[in-house]
Design a protein around this ligand. Structure first.
Ligand code: CMX
Ligand code: CO
Length: 141
């Protein structure tokens, strides 16, 4: 079902401060930035690897408001790894399988993700405490 690690999502207080650290440390480049109002984030995608089944990124996430998943996470735990995201070729069939096997889905149907992708989150409690995202990338990404 999974085709790659699409990204590791990292909660940061400030993109302006975090981006240069990642650029300096690993020579990564920001290839995409956007605001996602529904997710309550301003995000930067730094390309790690391009492969046959798609790309892998570091996703830096700054909250747009305190009352958002990243805002609440920063307040409770401070900056750090927030979620892992796996690539899938067909997110509808992946969600159908997970529903059948009894997983607690945060999104029962896909929502809008980075760069026109379709995404869905699986609750951390069923996956060893790890918030997990599935990503079906848009054509050409
Ligand atoms: N990783 C692991 N556990 C987490 C977590 C995370 N990122 N965020 C919250 N939790 C745990 C908390 O520790 C808490 O556990 P306990 O009950 O044992 O104390 C429990 O989940 C509830 O925590 P909460 O702070 O009350 O948070 P909510 O229940 O309101 O929300 C969640 C948790 C996962 C449902 C919510 O963060 C969510 O809907 N996430 C999906 C959307 C998202 O994260 N968007 C931002 C990223 C966008 C992107 O990647 O594009
Ligand atoms: Co993500």
């Amino acid at each position: 079902m999974l085709t790659r690690i699409d990204h590791v999502g990292i909660a940061v207080a400030s993109l302006t401060e975090a981006i240069p650290r990642y650029e300096e440390a690993f020579g990564l480049e920001v290839v995409h930035q956007e605001e996602n109002e529904r997710q309550g984030v301003r995000e930067a995608m730094l390309l790690v690897h391009s492969g046959k089944t798609g790309n892998s990124y570091v996703q830096l996430l700054e909250p747009l408001r305190e009352d958002s998943p990243i805002g609440k996470f920063l307040a409770k735990r401070g900056p750090g790894i927030h979620h892992i995201a796996y690539g899938v070729a067909d997110i509808d069939s992946a969600l159908a399988t997970l529903t059948m096997t009894g997983f607690d889905l945060v999104n029962k149907t896909p929502v809008h993700g980075t760069a026109g992708s379709r995404i869905a989150f699986i609750h951390p409690k069923g996956l060893g405490g790890v918030l997990t995202e599935l990503v079906e990338a848009a054509e050409g990404h």
